[in-house]
Design a protein around this ligand. Sequence first.
Ligand SMILES: NC(=O)C1=CN([C@@H]2O[C@H](COP(=O)(O)OP(=O)(O)OC[C@H]3O[C@@H](n4cnc5c(N)ncnc54)[C@H](OP(=O)(O)O)[C@@H]3O)[C@@H](O)[C@H]2O)C=CC1
Ligand SMILES: O=C(O)[C@@H]1CCC=N1
Length: 272
Amino acid sequence: MSQTNIAFIGTGNMSYAIIGGMIKNGFNASQIIATNRNQTKLDKVASDFGVQTQTDNLIALAQADIIVLSVKPQMMAELCQTFANSGIDYSNKVFVSVAAGITVKRLREMLRSDVKLIRCMPNTPSLLGKGVSGLFSAGTSDAENSTVTEIFSSTGIVMWLEQESQINDIIAVTGSSPAYFFLFMEAIESKAKALGFTPEQARLLVQQTAMGAAQMVESQSIEISELRNNVTSKGGTTAQAIAHFQQHNLTQTVADAMDACIARAEQMETEL
Ligand SMILES: NC(=O)C1=CN([C@@H]2O[C@H](COP(=O)(O)OP(=O)(O)OC[C@H]3O[C@@H](n4cnc5c(N)ncnc54)[C@H](OP(=O)(O)O)[C@@H]3O)[C@@H](O)[C@H]2O)C=CC1
Ligand SMILES: O=C(O)[C@@H]1CCC=N1
């Protein structure tokens, strides 16, 4: 990795989280260049993590060996057009796209080149080294895949996928799902406030409980349903709450929400 330069094109929420995870896990800041059209966001990533910054994407493209495309999917065509028109030879570089809903085929059309490409679906807990990144290779070598594994392993766990369509599945399972957990926590926080806890107390109570529950799942090799059963005393309070969730089909609601997530990724593939 000592010689590999990595450019993040579009430094918003996701790049910030990946870069943060990389730096906290020992990556050399001088290997990383972050770009954005917004200098304020670049100032923050430079001051927080010490990486190089650049508002000119083409300078970053020319300098880097690995180019992480991290703009919103709707901005990708415009960005790639500037690359395709630049005259820079990127045939030996590896592109990593974290964008939802843009296929390898479409990215290569946008870049007007049969580039070496990896699709990656990360998530924002990468910032804490607790991320998940689903990876799919298109035309990259084992050595290049190892390098990209090393990058994303520094932000959490990595899973290589056999089929490109699994990127859409993993969006529903890990890319978008931090937001599902946040929504659930928001709901508990909101009710805690309604019950009279101060905002500070409500936040503390919900975050500590969520963290404790997640760490129990991680540290104990028993089924999650058993952990739930251990809380649920027969004829007790939890049983009443769980019964209410079940009457309202929580499990099916979650499955339907994940299907909606996948359907949107598939729809984006036809739009972008
Ligand atoms: N957020 C998440 O949890 C996840 C996001 N992703 C993917 O990551 C990508 C980025 O998402 P996210 O970080 O949330 O989005 P953000 O909007 O937070 O970040 C993208 C940044 O790119 C900047 N930008 C847009 N066009 C250009 C350009 N031509 N040159 C340089 N910078 C540019 C934007 O600037 P400006 O602020 O001016 O618009 C913005 O700051 C998306 O494709 C998304 O699908 C994948 C997994 C999870
Ligand atoms: O909401 C989105 O489209 C992106 C992809 C996964 C998480 N955020």
